[in-house]
Design a protein around this ligand. Structure first.
Ligand code: ADP
Ligand code: MG
Length: 322
């Protein structure tokens, strides 16, 4: 398949017709570079992420879920900044000509692109081991981007959804068994919290998306904000996909399991009414799981108030300054 055919295919399946566009993309695929407009009073937010076969997904993963997830992880980064996504660029390296694979890949990506009305505005195509790099662009009102550095002592630590299921699905697959459909969906089709992130701009004092696990990702907020946090294990929301596990197994997945792409953010302590409103508007469970404190590092508390040492399970290094 000549390269122009391939680009044509991608464009036909993924690109939105002009009427459905977010503002911003004046010139897209077909010229030497894209031309984008940045609305008055807004800033550009840009994120890039690469997925490599054998590293980020196993060989044989359905093309549709690869296409979906490649875009989803990038939209999740924009969401965690409070940005509204507008367009993305796709650098695709393919081992061989495979029209069917490409169409399925494109369909997975197109579904998500339509859902959030983000335009494929350009890219690059090469031959080699299967990998893809997406660069996603979004906008945020000037000075309103959600950073990792704004958490203050007394703030609540809040998470969206219920973490740990994607990691559970992966463990089941790696053990040679088949996860339940709901578990596999969490792994292959994570929902980037695009509308939630935008709703939090102006309320949250810091925000991060959960790609490496709640404990490790929250520590990034703590380090960059110069604060500590106490998390109450009994408040962690429990997904039905984690039913039947011991407390220790469940906590390990909820705290150290990656790939959830939920948001973890901090808000001032008196934000409960706003949280409830946003939870309803975005139709997503928002759970305060702990508090920001002075000092540094993450402390985990069991229901009887005892400290819990996650590192003792030997699972992941997550203490401050890592
Ligand atoms: P050039 O040699 O000028 O870089 P290309 O043939 O690489 O031109 O690309 C031609 C057009 O197709 C450009 O607008 C480019 O952004 C777009 N394009 C190429 N590959 C992809 C891709 N994988 N996804 C989206 N657009 C692509
Ligand atoms: Mg090129």
């Amino acid at each position: 398949m000549p390269e122009f055919d391939l680009i044509d295919r991608l464009e036909r399946i993924i690109c939105l017709p002009e009427g459905e566009l977010q503002s911003g993309c004046r010139v897209g695929i077909g010229d030497d570079a894209a031309v984008l407009e940045i609305p008055e009073g807004q800033e550009l937010v840009v994120s890039t992420d690469t997925l490599v076969e054998g590293v980020h997904f196993p060989a044989g993963t359905p093309a549709e879920s690869i296409g979906y997830k490649a875009l989803a992880v990038n939209l999740s980064d924009l969401a965690s900044m409070g940005a509204k996504p507008t367009c993305f660029f796709l650098a695709l390296t393919l081992p061989r000509e495979d029209a069917r694979w490409l169409d399925e890949f494109s369909a997975g990506m197109a579904g998500l692109a339509r859902q959030w009305r983000v335009q494929l505005a350009g890219g690059d195509t090469t031959t080699g081991p299967l990998s893809m790099t997406i660069t996603a662009l979004g906008t945020v009102n000037r000075g309103r981007a959600l950073l990792r550095s704004g958490a203050r002592a007394g703030d609540l630590v809040v998470i969206s959804g219920a973490p740990g299921v994607a990691a559970r699905a992966l463990e089941i697959i790696q053990a040679g068994r088949e996860p339940a459909a709901m578990q596999r969906k969490a792994l292959d089709y994570p929902q980037p919290r695009v509308d939630l992130g935008q709703s939090l701009a102006g309320l949250a004092t810091s925000c991060i998306d959960l790609s490496d696990g709640l404990a490790a990702d929250l520590v990034h907020i703590l380090d960059q904000s110069g604060v500590g946090a106490e998390i109450e294990l009994g408040r962690l929301p429990v997904h039905e996909g984690l039913a039947g596990l011991t407390d220790q197994e469940r906590w390990r997945l909820q705290l150290s399991g990656g790939d959830d792409y939920e948001l973890c953010f901090t808000v001032p302590a008196d934000s409960t009414p706003e949280l409830n409103r946003i939870s309803d508007a975005c139709d997503i469970e928002l759970t305060p799981v702990g508090t920001i404190v002075q000092g540094s590092g993450l402390e985990l508390k069991t229901e009887d108030g005892a400290s819990y040492d996650l590192a003792s399970t030997g699972y992941i290094h997550f203490s401050g300054g890592e």
